[in-house]
Design a protein around this ligand. Structure first.
Ligand code: GLV
Ligand code: MN
Ligand code: MN
Length: 423
């Protein structure tokens, strides 16, 4: 029988064992995979660079003798076993994939902070009742394969595995093929079932917005995540000669799409500046200066904290597009709809209390960005810890965070994880 662990003593020792230098060095190493030469990374899901980042993660995990495993959608789990083999683990993590012009902290931080908690526990030989687990979710960003938060939504049973595997990137490569190629390199056993029990899920992340920095807070106690709807609009017109085709009767897909975007921006105008509306992808075909565009595809990313506004405005997108189709054939497809998520107050209370005990200025905050954590809310008590990032900038190569803030968040994560793992 392992000796009973005093949680207060475990917290003190574990928090002291969190190693700022190791955490920072690992960020620097992960930043080399997919580096663009402009300070950021292009490490999209299931790319060679993302495979290399996961190899580094698994190398660290294997060196520490943790159990490793994957599931059928390529989420990777690393477990430091607890004393009670049947007890559900306390899990933390995030993602290693990036935007095409991504930074070095979005996602990476949550994965490395989780691994740091496991390694700090090992460093002091800490025994916990529950296992401590670090997870790397597959394709959080959704830049290469849509939808985003793919691995966590499939794991949680909120998105069908078959649809995820069939998703194609812009060159027609499927998730199924790209995942098979990645798994051949990683060589992790597929032993984790979807929905595998978790005692709790935590995710540390940079804020990706300006609030913590502006208010000089080190820790954001995340209360929830705003709702999100993504659409893909396909506009089919008719190609023709730009110099000779009379305007009357043209079916110009580009002109129609531009009118749709202008009308949608009008629809989404919001004095209170809470609506988030972005057309982030706009593809014109054949993309030649002197041919009338015959085809345009564009995407909409629409977010709001309120379910009612999300419904009311989102439900008008299709009609607005049809009103401005200009004779083109259009299809409007919603690719994701997630309602606003609320995190478990008992977990938020623990995060707030840990931050206070550690003398860290903190505040409650709602996440504007989406995260894998939103899908864990249906499975187990879930919470998130934010730390500041410079100028609130993210999804850009200039994304930056300080080592001091990162380690502060990791110490709060460690305290909450060990308390839960001893309970
Ligand atoms: C994830 O990065 C998001 O889109 O919020
Ligand atoms: Mn992220
Ligand atoms: Mn992101």
């Amino acid at each position: 029988m392992p000796a009973k662990v005093d949680p207060e003593d475990a917290v003190k020792r574990l928090v002291a064992a969190i190693d700022e230098d190791r955490l920072w060095r690992r960020h620097l190493e992960i930043a080399t995979f997919g580096e663009t030469g402009r300070g950021g990374v292009n490490r999209q899901a299931l790319s060679k660079a993302e495979t290399e980042a996961k190899q580094a993660f698994l190398r660290w995990a294997t060196a520490a003798d943790y159990e490793t495993g994957t599931d059928a959608i390529g989420n990777i789990f690393v477990r430091r076993a607890g004393a009670e083999p049947g007890a559900a683990p306390v899990v933390a993590g995030s993602h290693l994939d990036s935007q095409p012009t991504g930074g070095n902290f979005d996602g990476v931080y949550g994965v490395l902070a989780a691994l740091e908690v496991l390694d700090a526990a090992s460093g002091i030989g800490l025994g916990t009742k529950r296992g401590l687990e670090a997870v790397v979710w597959m394709n959080e960003e959704g830049a290469r394969f849509q939808p985003s938060t793919m691995g966590s939504s499939v794991f949680a049973g909120e998105f069908p595995l078959a649809a995820a595997l069939a998703s194609q990137d812009r060159s027609g490569v499927t998730v199924e093929d790209a995942l098979r190629a990645q798994m051949t390199v990683l060589d992790v056993e597929q032993v984790v079932p979807f929905g595998a029990p978790m005692a709790a899920y935590l995710e540390a992340h940079i804020e990706q917005g300006p609030i913590l920095e502006a208010t000089q807070k080190t820790i954001g106690v995340v209360t929830g995540i705003q709702g999100l709807r993504w659409f893909q609009i396909d506009v089919r017109g008719e190609e023709g000669h730009a110099g000779t085709t009379p305007h009357l009767g043209r079916r110009d897909a580009m002109a129609a799409a531009a009118n749709m975007v202008t009308a949608l921006q009008r629809l989404m105008r919001d004095e209170s500046d809470r609506v988030r509306f972005t057309v982030g992808r706009f593809e014109v075909s054949p993309n030649s200066p002197n041919t009338i565009p015959g085809h345009v595809l564009f995407t909409i990313d629409f977010r709001h904290p309120g379910a009612e506004t999300l419904r009311r405005l989102g439900d008008q997108v299709e009609a607005v597009c049809h009103d401005h189709a200009g004779g083109c054939d259009i299809t409007v497809r919603q690719t994701i709809e997630t309602p606003p998520a609320t995190f478990d107050t008992a977990i938020s209370d623990q995060i707030r209390a840990a931050a206070a005990r550690q003398g860290l200025p903190n505040m409650d905050i709602l996440s504007g960005a989406t995260h894998d954590a939103k899908y864990m809310t249906g499975l187990c008590p879930t919470g998130m810890i934010f730390v500041p990032c410079e100028g609130g900038r993210s999804h850009t190569e200039i994304e930056s965070a300080t080592s001091g803030d990162l380690v502060a968040g990791a110490r709060v994560l460690a305290e909450v994880m060990v308390r839960l793992a001893c309970a």
